[in-house]
Design a protein around this ligand. Structure first.
Ligand SMILES: Cc1cc2nc3c(=O)[nH]c(=O)nc-3n(C[C@H](O)[C@H](O)[C@H](O)COP(=O)(O)OP(=O)(O)OC[C@H]3O[C@@H](n4cnc5c(N)ncnc54)[C@H](O)[C@@H]3O)c2cc1C
Length: 421
């Protein structure tokens, strides 16, 4: 069978691309999952700008259980916390599996979706109009199709990138673990409209934990997760301990006699946008292209944006515009300076990676909690509105705390070398 474009991965990036390629192109989407709605390895929080981008082609509004107007930040000792509010929703929680399923159910007729289909490799034969031989196994049976172009939308550990030496691969990761339970969040004044970030410090170096309200099958539920640097993931706390801590602190109530609805672990690329994302026959998008916030670990926006940009550029490229793919990062930047956002995220990541002890995290907590009214405006909305966390940290009144913070950062350097980090 011959296709114009084969897309490996049917999640946010691959499905966005499949929706946007012109209807005269014959497109095949492969995904190794048996059912796309079984689970999606994401908490699924999206900002207003991402919501708007999705609303251009799917009914995202039907998959929003919670509109979030607050963030609760919890210190390393689990006792100190502060809340910051916004007037309008700053992020939305999504029913992620059903939203992705809806994206796949509404694919146009020129697109064939093949689930239970694991991509394994591809080979280039320049003498054929359909220059690529794409290999995958479907229900355990080896399959080959021919294609003019292939797209790696297959996540942080992309097999498409691995199959082609001229493409870059992600090298730095957080490992994200999440559990979903029926029940209630009990912390703060409005838990159905709040997400919580736990500053774990030494328990979960590299990120921390989160708690986010959702609704599953009409019942109140919550998602609870932690992420940490993958290279030292085994040294620190486990998610089951996090669940126990939240239960003991009466921050959550798991519905009686219910087990977790879901549990998963997945890699989050935090090394920044990759350099070599295309060659004459291939392009990487979404997490596979490193388009994920290195600090906030938010990748859905980059997936949707890169899917849209890729559709335009691949079409131009297949129509003979040889340099079209080279404009990839430039076109992504046009979406509210998204590439600049990723650069800023790399700076925050650099700083966060140097924080190795609870006292350093506690001092940063002290600094930020002083500006709690403004915190939310500066935080994730920075992607949409170009705000900066630095503006609430670098203030004259914070100088004594910043000196203390710098001293602890300095001491953390020795902690790093002790551990050989
Ligand atoms: C625990 C966790 C929580 C997160 N929370 C958020 C959040 O709240 N907000 C946010 O913006 N981002 C979040 N992220 C990041 C976000 O989920 C990702 O950036 C986003 O899902 C990337 O989309 P994608 O389409 O590029 O890849 P993915 O969503 O990773 O999808 C890749 C797809 O490719 C398929 N695939 C992989 N290999 C193959 C193969 N060989 N053959 C066939 N199919 C293959 C997979 O089955 C999968 O369906 C989170 C990530 C994690 C791990």
């Amino acid at each position: 069978m011959n296709y114009d474009v084969v897309i490996v991965g049917a999640s946010f990036s691959g499905l966005t691309l499949a929706h946007h390629l012109p209807k005269n192109l014959k497109v095949l989407v492969l995904d190794m999952k048996k059912n796309l709605d079984a689970y999606i390895e994401s908490t699924g929080l999206i900002t207003q700008a991402t919501y708007d981008l999705l609303a251009e082609f799917v009914n995202v509004g039907a998959y929003i259980p919670n509109k979030i107007v607050a963030i609760g930040v919890i210190g390393t000792d689990f006792n100190r916390n502060f809340f910051s509010y916004s007037d309008a929703p700053w992020i939305y929680s999504t029913d992620t599996p059903q939203l992705v399923k809806h994206m796949s159910d509404t694919l146009p007729e020129n697109v064939t979706l093949s689930v239970n289909s694991k991509f394994t490799d591809y080979k280039i034969d320049k003498n054929n109009d359909y220059s690529l031989e794409v290999f995958f196994s479907k229900n355990g049976q080896e399959q080959i199709v021919r294609s003019r172009f292939i797209v790696g939308a297959d996540g942080a550990k992309s097999s498409v990138a691995k199959s082609n030496k001229s493409l870059s691969q992600n090298k730095k990761f957080l490992i994200g673990l999440e559990k979903v339970f029926y029940g209630n969040i009990l912390l703060g004044p409005n838990p159905d409209k709040t997400v919580y970030h736990y500053w774990f410090g030494e328990f979960s170096l590299g990120y921390g934990g989160w708690l986010s309200p959702t609704v599953i099958k009409g019942k109140k539920a919550f998602r609870l997760g932690l992420a940490k640097l993958s290279e030292n993931a085994n040294e620190f706390g486990e998610i089951k301990d996090f669940v126990e801590m939240l239960k003991n602190k009466k921050m959550i109530r798991i519905e009686d006699s219910t087990e977790e609805i879901l549990t998963f672990a997945s890699m989050i690329p935090i090394g920044g946008p990759l350099k070599n994302v295309c060659d004459d026959y291939s392009l990487l998008i979404g997490d596979a292209a490193g388009l994920c916030g290195a600090f906030a670990a938010d990748g859905i926006k980059g997936s949707v944006v890169s899917g849209k940009v890729a559709a335009k550029l691949i079409t131009a490229y297949l129509n003979g515009e040889k340099n079209a793919l080279k404009k990839y990062h430039v076109e992504i930047q046009k979406y509210n300076k998204l590439m600049t956002y990723y650069k800023k995220q790399m700076l925050y990541r650099w700083l966060w990676d140097r924080m190795k002890s609870n006292r350093t995290f506690d001092t940063m907590f002290d600094i930020i909690s002083r500006s709690k009214e403004d915190f939310l405006n500066q935080f994730c909305d920075s992607k949409d509105r170009h705000k900066s966390l630095l503006s609430i940290v670098l203030k004259i009144s914070n100088v004594p705390l910043l000196l203390k913070y710098s001293w602890y950062l300095f001491l953390d350097l020795f902690k790093m070398s002790e551990k050989g980090i």
